[in-house]
Design a protein around this ligand. Sequence first.
Ligand SMILES: O=P(O)(O)OC[C@H]1O[C@H](O)[C@H](O)[C@@H](O)[C@@H]1O
Length: 450
Amino acid sequence: MQDVQHDGSNFQQNIGGCLEAAIGEHGLAPSAYAAWLQRIEPHVATLKDDYRENRLALLRIVEDTADIDAAEAALARLSEGAEKLIFFGTGGSSLGGQTLAQLAGWKIPGVVTEAQKLRPRTRFYDNLDGETLAGVLSTVDLAKTRFIVTSKSGGTAETLAQAIATLSAVKAAGLEAQIPNLFLGITEPEKPGKANGLRTLFAKFNIPMLEHHTGIGGRFSCLTNVGLMPAIARGLDVRAIRAGAKSVVDALLASKNAEDFAPAVGAATAVALSKEKGIKTLVMMPYADRLGRLAAWFVQLWAESLGKGGEGTSPIGALGPLDQHSQLQLFMDGPREHYLTIIRVASQGVGPKIDASLAKLAGADMLGGHTIGDIVAAQAHAVPEALARAGRPVRTIDLAKLDEKTLGALLMHFMIETILAGRLLGLDPFDQPAVELAKVLTRERLAKGA
Ligand SMILES: O=P(O)(O)OC[C@H]1O[C@H](O)[C@H](O)[C@@H](O)[C@@H]1O
């Protein structure tokens, strides 16, 4: 496979497996690849200006620390006497936090460290389900549970419904006087002429509130207090997350051309494959349990940012090696419309070692003497090779180590890649006009008593 490496500061991106030289006619010809890099060049220049002229808050958030201090103080206060922290919020008001919390083992049974056990447990309820919420509210010890409710707009029906139902349950449990100690809100500051239901509701109960950054939308909010709050709750070094993200902004500013900047290469490649080679589906497939929610986060980022005006490609979240036993057949041999990103974390020598005689007995001699990490590494290298041989475009991203810094860098990489892809497609990556109609119709149905 042609080796086209781009140093994303904390990881290596290789798009060689998307090029004709590696995968034949289904890959990008050198001239096409060069043309798309050329086309993205002005957008990289604009992004640099966005930074310099302070037009894109996302690029500047990595330099802030005051908001981290405020989030840490609010969480420390809230956590007094707490056994559980429950996060309510949906879409961008949850997925970034889940992604970061998972770095500290959230939702991976059995990996909790001793230090984690001393902290309140963390739970996320990003979906609205009556049975689930009834179960939660009737089983948790409400006096020892704290509720962090996040909504940028303060008007999302699902989140408001969760907050109101929980307030009622807390009141019914005789804890009304405790409400300001049990809840915390994250929402936009008051704006003249703009209703914010969550702010009004929480103000009535004297519930403390942190400000949601007004210049950073939900699916780009993972590096603001929205995403960092769960990360702090899990004991992560959130300043290192921001430092990792900053390394990508620094790489942008230092880049001489688009080819020199990994997110620009990623965006140009994805758009070129869709325009030139009929790619309709982007598969994000990390080979690490701790990156499972990253794929889910990416799905919202890519889908809501780019799926508009007839444009866009469908993102699919997958997990390796698990999904080799589920979706890989389709990616390898289904319609030629899939483009895979494989994220690998160096795992050689990690985990239990397989006993050679037991492996032999089980008829799996090749496993003997290897660690579990060796096996995963072999798979994570074999799959892109197999994809390339089948003429299926594949990019690899290699992480020497998965920690706060690398994850911060990855998040910023994908956010900038998505912004650049949107601008290359000539659309606004920051809005989501089409989802409004479903909200309006829901309101109408409820008003009619449906
Ligand atoms: O943070 P909120 O205002 O509650 O929004 C939560 C989510 O719901 C909206 O409908 C949007 O489609 C998402 O982009 C957003 O992340």
